[in-house]
Write a protein that binds this ligand. Structure first.
Ligand SMILES: CC(C)(COP(=O)(O)OP(=O)(O)OC[C@H]1O[C@@H](n2cnc3c(N)ncnc32)[C@H](O)[C@@H]1OP(=O)(O)O)[C@@H](O)C(=O)NCCC(=O)NCCS
Length: 320
């Protein structure tokens, strides 16, 4: 009998502090009108000074575990997608494993910037399909604010912090139908954080650099292509999709991708206005909000998409 990875439950966490466009107007030369018209973002959440990526990941993990009704001891693997781990090692996944009171299951981080969650569910799906594991906790989390220069208006208005999570469970009923992930390392210079530890000090720019126009073009082109490919491979058409849940980077990118795919905006989940771009957390946060608000229902066909630094990009077609 065929094995699928089914989304058993979802969870999320957002820091309390809201950074609004009017707050940003006091910090850099920008305006609410500029930010909303270019990105659709009205506010974003920022982690407290003493709040870490693993704190947010743990909160989202507790939320999804509660929703799943599983006991943490039933988890077989923890996978965390992040590019803002608290420390170089141990991995964020190990830090939350400890807080969940687990000592005997594998736990690791993977890094694909804003596409991290798509990479993580693709990896988890392969483990489930190979019958290696039955219940996998997948978290997408980022504290992007840690490497944003709040004097740089090109980047600081677009990003926020948060965490989202799912538990994927082995099932004979359709769940994840098709995944596709891509990378093109020639995009390195267009979106990066090059700072790193060297000989006891930070070497290189510790803040994000972004060529917004280049990223925009790459995002729209690749997202439309990968979505069409996933649909094609699995024999589905866009009109069968109940909900399109794209990476929440920018409303214009989302609208443009939806238009390319002929998906009406009524079928598109958007949280970018309230969350900004939360990198690896963006897709699972949007998914969790759509599930908890009652929009996404059991049996619905979902198209998830991600795009980010690397460049990396990917899509998943999922029956919820
Ligand atoms: C960044 C982005 C919103 C800019 O929009 P745009 O349409 O390219 O920008 P415009 O051409 O209208 O404006 C550029 C000008 O606005 C200025 N500008 C940049 N940020 C600004 C801000 N926050 N407020 C006001 N002006 C700003 C620039 O300095 C530039 O000024 P100049 O023309 O004098 O050099 C857009 O390119 C984008 O969304 N890119 C993708 C970003 C993204 O999603 N990254 C993450 C991917 S995972």
């Amino acid at each position: 009998m065929k094995l699928y990875s089914k989304i058993l439950a979802s969870g999320s966490y957002l820091p309390k502090k809201i950074l609004s466009n009017s707050d940003l107007e006091k910090m850099v030369d920008t305006s609410d009108e500029w930010i909303v018209s270019r990105s659709g973002i009205k506010e974003r959440r920022i982690a407290a000074e003493n709040e870490t990526t693993s704190d947010m990941a743990y909160a989202a993990a507790m939320d999804v575990i509660a929703a799943s009704k599983l006991n943490p001891s039933q988890l077989d693997l923890i996978l965390v997608a992040t590019s803002s781990a608290d420390i170089i090692f141990p991995a964020t996944a190990c830090l939350i494993q400890k807080r969940l009171g687990l000592t005997n299951i594998p736990a690791f981080d993977l890094q694909a910037a804003c596409t991290g969650f798509l990479y993580a569910i693709t990896t988890a799906d392969a483990f489930i399909k190979s019958a290696a594991y039955k219940n996998i906790l997948v978290v997408g989390v980022d504290t992007v604010s840690r490497f944003i220069d709040y004097k740089d208006r090109n980047t600081c208005v677009l990003f926020g912090d948060g965490a989202g999570a799912v538990i994927l469970q082995a099932s004979n009923e359709p769940g994840i139908i098709c995944n596709e992930i891509h990378a093109d390392g020639s995009g390195e210079e267009v979106l990066n954080v090059k700072g790193h530890l060297y000989n006891g000090a930070v070497r290189g720019n510790p803040y994000m650099y972004m060529d917004g126009k280049a990223v925009y073009k790459m995002a729209v082109r690749n997202l439309a292509e990968v979505a069409a490919s996933v649909l094609n491979k699995s024999g589905h058409t866009t009109d069968q999709i109940d909900w399109f849940i794209p990476h929440q980077a920018n409303l214009r990118i989302i609208e443009s991708t939806a238009a390319h795919l002929n998906i009406p905006m009524e079928k598109v989940i958007t949280t970018v206005d309230k969350h900004g771009n939360t990198s690896a957390a963006s897709v699972p946060l949007a998914l969790d909000h759509a599930i908890k608000s009652g929009k996404v229902k059991r049996g619905d066909l979902l198209l998830l998409e991600g795009v980010g630094a690397g460049f990396t990009w990917g899509a998943s077609l999922i029956q919820f």
